[in-house]
Write a protein of this length. Structure first.
Length: 186
């Protein structure tokens, strides 16, 4: 992505009632992006508490509230407006299920660069015809995703079992400095 005022949108499925490590992570990311000339755009499902929004704005982020709970048509219209107003060049989706229609809604806004981050460690247990149907649903739902981020090898394995191509998935461990610490193979 070029650095000519192209924004990055983080789609978050929940508005925090309290400040958590997730918000700390988004705050640090916002600062880093701003430092390299990329306008971060954080999209929450509801307006943030003023003190939380002030932290993000002070870090250089644009904050918007766009709720999927208002229905897919309203979500699409509001999302398209925020993307256009901020020249967004890449969308990073987090806290939505990988099989939700959110990626297709994002694609419908004209976005071609879509990254999805999976933080849920649920296990894929389906077998026979149910597994085939779930894999088909996964392939359709994840087609617009350019890249998928898994937070562990286990999560990656579950995503592959669910039908996401292994070469589309990278692993990014949360909260671990991978330059200093390397997970063991077991």
């Amino acid at each position: 992505m070029d650095k000519q005022n192209k924004g990055l949108a983080l789609l978050l499925d929940s508005a925090p009632l309290t400040w958590t490590s997730q918000e700390d992570r988004h705050l640090l990311l916002s600062r880093e992006l701003k430092d390299v000339g990329i306008q971060p755009v954080l999209i929450f499902s509801a307006p943030l508490k003023p003190e939380f929004e002030e932290r993000f704005v002070a870090a250089g982020a644009v904050v918007a509230a766009v709720s999927y709970g208002k229905g897919p048509v309203t979500f699409y219209k509001e999302l398209k407006r925020v993307i256009a107003e901020n020249s967004v060049g890449l969308v990073h989706i987090i806290f939505f299920d990988y099989f939700s229609p959110v990626t297709w809604i994002v694609r419908a806004t004209g976005m071609k660069r879509i990254v999805y981050e999976m933080q849920n460690s649920g296990a894929f247990h389906a077998t026979s015809w149910k597994a085939l149907l779930l894999r088909a649903r996964t392939k359709i739902a994840t087609a617009p995703m350019e890249q998928v981020i898994a937070i562990s090898e286990f999560v990656k394995e579950q995503l592959v079992k669910a039908g996401i191509r292994s070469d589309k998935i990278i692993i990014r461990y949360l909260g671990v400095d991978t330059e200093r610490f390397t997970p063991d193979g077991g």
